[in-house]
Design a protein around this ligand. Structure first.
Ligand SMILES: Cc1cc2nc3c(=O)[nH]c(=O)nc-3n(C[C@H](O)[C@H](O)[C@H](O)COP(=O)(O)OP(=O)(O)OC[C@H]3O[C@@H](n4cnc5c(N)ncnc54)[C@H](O)[C@@H]3O)c2cc1C
Length: 394
């Protein structure tokens, strides 16, 4: 039976970085991935360009990880977003910064990031087995017995990086949670996070319109970010972030021009009173949105009576959007819940109950906003888990 020091299960960002770290620290390492290729979910992030990390401060990172980000203090003291940036730059994959600190490869292609990670794994001499599904892991006499679809292997250390349960077609189907339960570790309830919102709204007229830096609010929650109208409702970072605070049955307010006060907007429209309403609105808003707002109103600004003018300003500054629900877990971007952090040593990411069993990435009960924060958490926890030497290793 082939023996490894470390077997990493799951070839997403957490697993690839855990493999690199493990091999870098001199361990004979195997990465097992059930898909044909590594990083299938990672490839789809950032619209296929791979939003690999975020260049913010530690405070920004913690704010971007609302689901148990504080657990990562120790991890970030060992390997953080700046180490990620240095890693890619040092290994020939230049990155660039976009809005909100989001970082992408300069090529705008996910494949550059995945190739860089894969090349590093090869360079460090670790083994990759793709199209191989791990079906069980058992521990006997200080050794893990890892059974895959085609063979049985042993190791001193196992790093579980099987991801959450969203987009199961990418391979994240919850195996790591079952494995944790098998070892009698608690798993917190799994829910959808960063979920597109279903709304009772005029979807057809607005579908496909994307807005930069608008403000979505509900109750005390106020989120200014980009937003996308879709055929079912709202997506884009503002909607995904708002999904943590709504379930369905709430009414959101959308401020289409948060940088302008209602009084200034009224003043602007009065100044443009000779213009057609559509043209006056088009100077401030995307064309289709301007058409939508101007429909059923008089053609010229000056023809609007005072109530129509005030109602229009109200609609632009506080458009009511009734939420009817959220996308299911499978269609959400991130899984909330996972391996209970009470079970895990925050310095080493090792199970407190099962020596040599480590967890990293989205399989843990950590969830973050899109914008590179989940991937940062996955890469940093992967590095830390991979860098550990189990006590039984000699
Ligand atoms: C559409 C979309 C867009 C996103 N955009 C962003 C974004 O912009 N910014 C951001 O930070 N996050 C984003 N995310 C979230 C981010 O992609 C994930 O948080 C991240 O990929 C998690 O990494 P991971 O390595 O923990 O798990 P995954 O990337 O899910 O990888 C887990 C891997 O384990 C493999 N595996 C599972 N079970 C087994 C088994 N039994 N045997 C062998 N292999 C197995 C799977 O095939 C998979 O490849 C997005 C997610 C989606 C779906």
């Amino acid at each position: 039976m082939t023996h490894y020091d470390t077997i990493v299960i799951g070839g997403g960002p957490a697993g690839m970085m855990a493999t690199i770290s493990s091999a870098f620290h001199g361990k004979k390492t195997l990465l097992i991935e059930k898909n044909k290729r590594l990083g299938k979910k990672l490839a789809g992030t950032g619209g296929g360009r791979c939003n690999v990390t975020n260049n913010g401060s530690l405070d920004d990172l913690l704010a971007g990880i609302p689901g148990n980000g504080r657990f990562l203090y120790s991890v970030f003291s060992q390997f953080d977003n700046h180490d990620i940036i240095n890693f890619f730059e040092d290994n020939g994959c230049a990155l660039k910064v976009e809005d909100h600190g989001r970082m992408f490869p300069v090529t705008d292609k996910s494949r550059s990031i995945i190739a860089c990670l894969e090349d590093k794994i090869q360079e460090l001499g670790a083994t990759i087995k793709t199209q191989t599904e791990v079906v069980s892991v058992k521990k006997m006499d200080d050794l893990f017995h890892v059974k895959s679809s085609d063979e049985s292997l042993t190791s001193h250390q196992v790093v579980v990086t099987t991801g959450g349960k969203t987009y199961p077609s990418t391979g994240s189907t919850g195996f790591g949670h079952d494995l944790a339960r098998h070892f009698k570790l608690a798993v917190t309830p799994l829910e959808s996070a960063e979920s597109p919102l279903l709304t009772d709204f005029n979807h057809k007229a607005l579908q496909g319109i994307s807005l930069d830096e608008v403000t979505l609010s509900y109750d005390k929650h106020v989120i200014t970010h980009d937003l996308l109208f879709t055929h079912f409702g709202l997506s884009g970072p503002a909607a995904l972030r708002m999904s943590s605070f709504v379930k369905g049955g709430e009414e959101l307010r959308l401020d289409l021009l948060p940088q302008v006060t209602s009084d200034d907007l009224l003043g602007y429209l009065e100044k443009e009173r000779e213009k057609s309403l559509k043209n006056a609105l088009k100077a401030k808003l995307p064309e289709r949105l301007a058409d939508f707002l101007a429909q059923d109103l008089p053609e010229k600004v000056k023809q609007l009576d005072p109530k129509q003018l005030l109602d229009l300003v109200d609609k632009i500054k506080a458009m009511p959007i009734p939420v009817t629900g959220k996308m299911s877990l499978a269609k959400s971007f991130v899984t909330k819940g996972g391996v209970d952090l009470k079970e895990i040593n925050p310095k080493t990411l090792e199970s407190k109950k099962v020596a040599g069993l480590h967890f990293a990435g989205e399989v843990l009960d950590i969830n973050a906003h899109t914008g590179g924060f989940n991937i940062t958490s996955a890469l940093c926890t992967g590095w830390v888990a991979g860098s550990q030497y189990p006590n039984s290793w000699s």
